[in-house]
Design a protein around this ligand. Structure first.
Ligand code: G3P
Length: 217
């Protein structure tokens, strides 16, 4: 499973990319707005695309098909590895059909049902993004959506990748991997949680204490 960082914070991206564990990045208008520091959307996306070799999702903000297609053409010209995120609405699905024919890479976002994912897969989206955490927040089984989508795409040989998003807990990342998600996009602090384990720290501390008792420093 690939791991993407779900952020527009370039410091976090550089820090974690240096570990060699970042396969790509997803942004959304909320992350870009939070970390823009007066810089343009284009400048932020291009800086991330230079730092990370894998796919970097940047979201179109128009809500009509014509506006989405125009934005998608513009965003896709910013870098070779950029992927245009579109909402999974009727307008977004119409835009997806046009953009797929143009060979523009797409990430259909805000997916909350397997039927939405099925439509995006049929139309050749590069990625679909089921929002697991928001489903759990509302009392639904978010991981079941990942399992169903993976199964449907396998049944029909769709090349669209399942990009699980909106994680709340580290154990959900494991569950997404077991479910066969192609990608999990996670917040920088969640990637930190994957690395660190208090038992590892406690074990290391006790080993070093034993070592020092032998007179070693
Ligand atoms: O990038 C989209 C998604 O990961 C947002 O997550 O936490 O706002 O539901 P969240």
């Amino acid at each position: 499973m690939k791991l993407f960082l779900d952020t527009a914070n370039i410091s976090d991206i550089k820090r974690l990319n240096g570990l060699g564990i970042v396969d790509g990045v997803t942004t959304n208008p909320s992350w870009v707005s939070r970390d823009s520091k007066g810089r343009s959307f284009k400048a932020i996306v291009q800086e991330i695309c230079e730092e990370v070799k894998g796919h970097v999702s940047a979201e179109a903000t128009a809500i009509d098909t014509e506006g989405m297609v125009k934005e998608a053409r513009e965003i896709s010209s910013w870098a070779q590895n950029v992927v245009v995120k579109l909402p999974t609405t009727e307008a977004g699905i119409r835009a997806l059909k046009l953009l797929s024919h143009e060979g523009i890479k797409t990430n259909m976002t805000l997916v909350f049902s397997a039927n939405q994912a099925l439509l995006a897969g049929k139309l050749g989206a590069t990625y679909v993004s089921p929002f697991i955490g928001r489903l759990y927040d509302a009392g639904y089984d978010g991981m079941q959506l990942v399992r169903d989508t993976v199964r449907i795409f396998r049944n029909y040989g769709f090349e669209t990748k399942v990009l699980a998003a909106s994680f709340r807990e580290p154990r959900e990342i494991t569950a997404a991997a077991i479910a066969g998600a192609d990608v999990a996009t996670i917040r920088p602090e969640q990637m930190d949680q994957m690395i660190r384990n208090p038992f590892t720290d406690a074990g290391l501390k006790s080993f070093l204490e034993s070592w020092e008792k032998m007179g070693n420093k």
